[in-house]
Design a binder for this molecule. Structure first.
Ligand code: NAD
Length: 359
């Protein structure tokens, strides 16, 4: 039976509320399957700024580095909006990605049959959507140098550099193919190879990597067409592989399909320690009111079980428990439908945790 240490970084706003529910569910997983999860908590984001003047204190980072995985709530809020960018809560996220070498971001978007009508897209378009965006997280135009501003007389310009090397493309492509093998064995690689040299390298390397995965189907798609297809025929996708910027755009577009941001989990992988967090932010408008949907965080914990601990049966059991509770018509405010019972954050966590132990 496993023994795992998890760093908890609840953060700001609804972060602590939703992380608490995921902990309940993990404890229930431990009781049912005989694993021990040890939780150690540390401040991050605004909560850390209040205590230490640093959004990512060295002790928080050390705790993460010495744990088996990290579960994060969310960071940020109006209280810290006017701080200079180097001291803003969100700076902690970039620091964690860099220090934990998290080059792969996985964002699954699955439309549950029960929640099809919560999606803003019509039923036939979103029925059976079950995809994952695999986004490169530490390279590309967000990090490339040189970058900056330039002024000559009245003419102001700004510039960034889009750069990837073959090793960066290869390692993220392998993640996508490995993941596809556990799913429907289809990778769609996104680029703009008709215009950008960087995309031409991307396409070439992804194609080379695909030769090691003959059982997985690969196709290439231009970013503009991909966005259109995501809205027009999203169920065609299984694993979408994209660079940092294209992946950023596509994962938010995919988020729309499920209807509520409160349902979307994420995993950031690469180094020894993976980081798991809901896609949503700190939601200051609903913080402290028991209104937040904890399912995105509970499903992030489920991704942790599968990706960091190799506990696939346990991860599937969490998914089932969520399905059963939704099937029993319990809903938080953001996914409320007619004829359903509205519950708060804590009750949704209790229901899912209890179902884990009794099914
Ligand atoms: P947000 O995701 O916090 O909220 C957007 C909308 O979705 C709000 O109406 C909110 O009430 C709702 N929402 C969010 N999570 C929900 C949940 N679990 N259940 C139900 N409804 C939910 O985005 P925002 O308002 O743009 O940002 C608020 C703060 O969060 C900002 O400071 C921003 O910088 C920060 N942020 C942090 C992260 C992160 O920590 N990874 C991500 C995005 C934004």
């Amino acid at each position: 039976m496993g023994n795992f240490q998890i760093a908890l970084l609840p953060g700001d706003g609804v972060g602590p509320e939703v992380v608490r529910q995921a902990v309940k569910v993990l404890e229930a997983v431990g009781r049912r399957f005989g694993h021990t999860f040890r939780f150690r908590e540390a401040p991050v984001g605004g909560a850390a700024l209040e205590q230490t003047d640093n959004p990512l204190p060295p002790e928080t980072l050390r705790l993460c580095q010495s744990s088996d995985a990290v579960l994060l709530g969310a960071v940020g809020g109006p209280k810290w909006d006017d701080l200079p960018s180097g001291r803003r809560p969100e700076k902690a996220l970039l620091g964690l990605r860099k220090e934990l070498r998290l080059f792969a971001n996985l964002r699954p978007a699955r439309v549950r049959p029960l929640l099809v009508d919560v999606s803003p897209l019509k039923r036939p378009y979103v029925e059976s959507v079950d995809l994952v965006v695999v986004r490169e997280l530490t390279g590309g135009i967000y990090f490339g140098t040189p970058r900056g501003w330039h002024q000559e007389g009245a003419l102001r310009s700004a510039f960034n550099t889009l750069v990837y090397n073959n090793l960066e493309v290869e390692r993220i492509a392998r993640k996508a193919f490995e993941l596809a093998r556990l799913r429907r064995k289809k990778v769609t690689s996104v680029d703009k190879a008709n215009i950008l040299e960087c995309s031409q390298l991307w396409r070439k390397v992804v194609t080379e990597v695909s030769r090691d995965y003959q059982d997985v189907t690969l196709n290439h798609i231009y970013i503009d067409n991909c966005v259109m297809q995501l809205m027009a025929r999203p169920s065609q996708f299984d694993v979408i592989l994209a660079d940092n910027m294209f992946g950023d755009i596509l994962s938010d577009a995919a988020a729309i399909l499920t209807g509520s941001i409160g349902m979307l989990p994420s995993a950031s992988l690469g180094g020894k320690v993976g980081l798991y967090e809901p896609v949503h932010g700190s939601a200051p408008d609903i913080a402290g009111q028991d209104l937040a949907n904890p399912i995105a965080t509970i499903e992030s914990a489920s991704l942790m079980l599968a990706h960091s601990f190799g506990l696939h049966r346990e991860a599937a059991a969490v998914e089932t428990a969520v399905d059963v509770i939704l099937g029993s018509n319990y809903r938080t405010m953001d996914i409320l439908q007619e004829g359903c019972t509205r519950v708060g954050t804590a009750e949704m966590g209790d229901l899912i945790a209890r179902k884990m132990e009794t099914s």
